[in-house]
Write a protein that binds this ligand. Structure first.
Ligand SMILES: O=c1ccn([C@@H]2O[C@H](COP(=O)(O)OP(=O)(O)O[C@H]3O[C@H](CO)[C@@H](O)[C@H](O)[C@H]3O)[C@@H](O)[C@H]2O)c(=O)[nH]1
Ligand SMILES: [Mn+2]
Length: 754
């Protein structure tokens, strides 16, 4: 069999199923214990009718935990991942398709332009014919600084891109390539020619950095091409689109197109945050290049594997997947992660166990970045739709207006994308479509259309990513994850606890909003094509914020019981059930961490952070959505602060400090501080034997409650330290006072409720 024949029969990608037997066994044991505990509570209720509140409350909380565990176990049950064979792609397809690359940035202060620039450079240098790539940057900050940085970056790209391709550089974000920890920098090729070029490139990059830095300090002169910014306000400005670089000759080894887009903002029109920005990019790119595939990344997510486009295309171009797979999601991993993951935000095990698990059902969630979409799916196509049907559905020119808006050019381009026609003419002049592009980037363009509702990125949640993926799964599409070695993209994650709390709070509310909307996964299964277990997986993720209620109640129970001398744990041998649960849960999670190659410390940190997250930011997420539903108060998308990578020498010694909790006056730390103060109160009361007499001669709190209380204190150790520390590492006095007030109120009320 000849090589070409062989590769014509072999698949472009394979789905590989993994069996984590140990995980399954442990998870099942935990489920059985949870059910046993619930049964115990029900059956022992009768003969001990002096059981009071705590018993009932514990039962309610444990029912919720059991339900959550069911969703987890179902999601994790048969994990899978894909293996792709890029070398087969080249012999299989006559011509590689084009891919549009989207980058979003929103705030030049929280998202320093040099970070965006690195992401863009890494995209421009992808190992893919450059005449098939076009990079669109959306700037919601409407900042001349971002435009300036990109213009300068495009100049540097003319050195950087050929250099990367010539020497097959692995790390294509310059700041990572020149990082002193990167052993690739000079290793592969020590020829004088290479060294000379290397030095020139390093020089060029440093020059670029210092130019951007100077511009940040001095602010940009608003003349010539920057004149348009002279009258702009953040929330009130016309559309600005600049073709920064056009690969006019369409050469395959040049620099891809680079286009800057700052969509119109008008205080009278909602701008829908990131989802709105993505939809504008979709339309603008539809007019300019209309590639059938779209890769989108956040401004901090640089390419870490230059061959990732080929890998993803293997999945998307497989003959079967055209009618099945909507998108290909690559993992979200982070560089310069703090040692042992003190804030539990590196999400490694979540990606392996939950991400892998859900990939084995209907497909991994879309997480907002590092994802390849099919344009036609974004335009609302359903799977297994013949093009003709697709046309009927989305067709009829009168109806297309309502769906896609009033731009005839765009409606035309959308029709072509839906039919899978090749429209990308390599020598087309991008500037010809500027006027049409400005029209579709206008703030009022979407009014009365299906954008954000049936087409494009979905509106109605600050977790637009999960919502958009869910809508696709509900239509019956699948998705695949694409895990490569090295990992495809790397980004930055919150570097301190304050930023982390804000991020979790936004996620919590965005997700819960989906659960309480018409897009709720439960409806998706009843009325749509969302598979049942996929529905459970979506319930697991969209109800994060709801967990705050049972988790907080459960954490308060031991303190309450000690203070009032009552109990919530079984008094007889039944106590072995919760004890076994505690042990099994800890062992099983610990084993998962160790198996993923993580440390024991990082296991504990994550365990602790899951509790802290559930009881602090998620309470506020819950309240936020409550207020929104009651139409009392709406909320905004708070952009996560991104930091430049830790400079050598400067912070390396300070890594411990980096892992330390910092606090501010935000209310988000009040629940945790209150819970901690209550446990301490309870422990003191217990120690000095100040408990009241057990009610009506019944039994009082015991060893179990004491252990639980201490366990909660252990989780809140960072808060405990915070009580005694000063400055940003200490809990502010105002927070302590508020928490003390709440704790006193709680103790006082407890006395009545027993
Ligand atoms: O009005 C806005 C707000 C944000 N963004 C961009 O959206 C991206 C994500 O924002 P970020 O603050 O980094 O949020 P994260 O918490 O890191 O984002 C995660 O969660 C989001 C959903 O909550 C997803 O959209 C992201 O892709 C995912 O990485 C960034 O590129 C922003 O520039 C905009 O373009 N316009
Ligand atoms: Mn981010």
């Amino acid at each position: 069999m000849g090589i070409s024949e062989e590769s014509n029969t072999e698949p472009l990608y394979e789905k590989i199923w993994v069996k984590y037997t140990l995980s399954r066994v442990m998870d099942s044991i935990i489920l059985i214990l949870l059910v046993l505990l619930l049964c115990y509570r029900v059956f022992s209720y009768d003969d001990m009718n002096h059981h009071s509140y705590p018993w009932f409350l514990a039962f309610m909380c444990e029912s919720w935990f059991t339900f959550t565990w069911l969703t987890i176990i179902s999601t994790k049950w048969n994990p899978s991942y894909t293996k792709s064979y890029p070398h087969r792609l080249f012999s299989r397809v006559a011509e590689l398709p084009s891919v549009d690359l989207f980058v979003t940035t929103a705030d030049p202060v929280l998202e320093p332009p040099i970070i965006t620039v690195n992401t863009v450079l890494s995209l421009l240098a992808l190992d893919y014919p450059s005449n098939k790539l076009s990079c669109y940057v959306s700037d919601d900050g409407c900042s001349p600084l971002n435009l300036y940085a990109l213009v300068e970056a495009s100049k540097f790209a003319k050195l950087w891109v050929p250099f990367c391709k010539k020497y097959n550089v692995k790390t294509r974000a310059p700041f990572r390539y020149f990082d002193s920890n990167n052993n690739e920098a000079t290793a592969p090729n020590n020829s004088p020619e290479f060294m000379q070029e290397w030095l020139a490139i390093k020089d060029g990059y440093e020059h670029l950095c210092s130019k951007i830095q100077n511009a940040t300090k001095k602010s940009i002169m608003l003349d010539q091409e920057f004149h348009v910014f002279s009258t702009t306000q953040l929330n009130n400005h016309p559309t600005i689109i600049k073709v920064i670089w056009e690969n006019k000759e369409g050469v395959s080894d040049g620099v891809p197109h680079l286009i800057y887009v700052s969509r119109e903002k008008n205080p009278n029109h909602p701008h829908r945050y990131k989802a709105g920005a993505m939809n504008v990019l979709t339309r603008v790119s539809g007019l300019m290049t209309n590639a059938p595939y779209i890769l989108n990344v956040d401004c901090d997510m640089h390419v870490n594997n230059p061959e990732i486009v080929q890998h993803a295309l293997c999945v998307l171009m497989d003959p079967n997947s055209d009618k099945e797979v909507a998108f290909v999601q690559c993992p979200q991993q982070f560089y310069d992660g703090l040692k042992d993951d003190p804030f539990g935000n590196q999400l490694v095990t979540i990606f392996v166990y939950i991400g892998g698990g859900v990939s084995g059902i209907q497909g991994i969630y879309y997480v907002g970045t590092n994802c390849f979409h099919r344009r036609k799916v974004l335009y609302g196509l359903s799977p297994h739709h013949h093009i003709q049907n697709g046309n009927k559905d989305l067709g009829k020119s009168s109806k297309k207006d309502i769906i896609f808006g009033s731009s005839e050019e765009f409606v035309e381009s959308a029709a072509q994308a839906l039919e899978g026609k090749k429209t990308f003419t390599q020598n087309a002049n991008l500037c010809n479509s500027l006027e049409a592009a400005k029209e579709v980037a206008a703030s009022g363009y979407e009014h009365g259309t299906d954008w954000g509702n049936k087409v494009g990125w979905m509106y109605g949640s600050s977790a637009e990513d999960i919502l958009t993926g869910l809508t696709m799964h509900t239509k019956g599409w699948r998705s695949e994850s694409c895990v490569t070695d090295p990992i495809a993209f790397m980004g930055c994650t919150a570097q301190d606890s304050v930023v982390q709390m804000a991020q979790y709070q936004r996620w919590g509310s965005g997700l819960l909003e989906i659960f309480f909307s018409k897009n709720c996964p439960i409806f998706g299964t009843i009325f749509g094509k969302l598979q049942f277990r996929q529905c459970l997986a979506y319930i697991w993720v969209t109800t994060w914020a709801l967990r705050s209620v049972p988790e907080t109640c459960y954490a308060l129970l031991p303190a309450y019981c000690i203070i009032t001398n009552s109990y919530f744990l079984p008094k007889d041998l039944g106590v072995l059930i919760p004890a076994a649960l505690l042990v099994a849960f800890n062992i099983s999670t610990l084993l998962e961490y160790l198996k993923t190659g993580l440390s024991m410390r990082s296991w504990w940190n994550n365990l602790r952070m899951s509790r802290i997250t559930a009881m602090n930011p998620w309470i506020f997420s819950f309240v936020t959505i409550l207020l929104k539903k009651l139409r009392i108060h709406d909320y905004a998308f708070v952009v996560t602060k991104k930091e430049l990578p830790i400079n050598e020498g400067l912070d390396k010694n300070n890594v411990n400090a980096g892992g330390r909790f910092i606090f501010n006056k935000s209310l988000v730390f009040v629940p945790g501080t209150t819970i901690l103060l209550l446990q301490l109160t309870a422990l003191i009361i217990n120690f000095f034997g100040w408990q009241p007499k057990a009610r009506s001669g019944g039994q009082g709190s015991g060893f179990g409650e004491l252990i639980c209380s201490i366990y909660v204190v252990l989780f809140y150790l960072p808060f405990l330290k915070g009580l005694f520390r000063k400055g940003k590492y200490g809990i502010p006095l105002s927070t302590i006072c508020k928490s003390m007030g709440l704790a006193l109120l709680f103790v006082h009320l407890s006395m009545f409720i027993v």
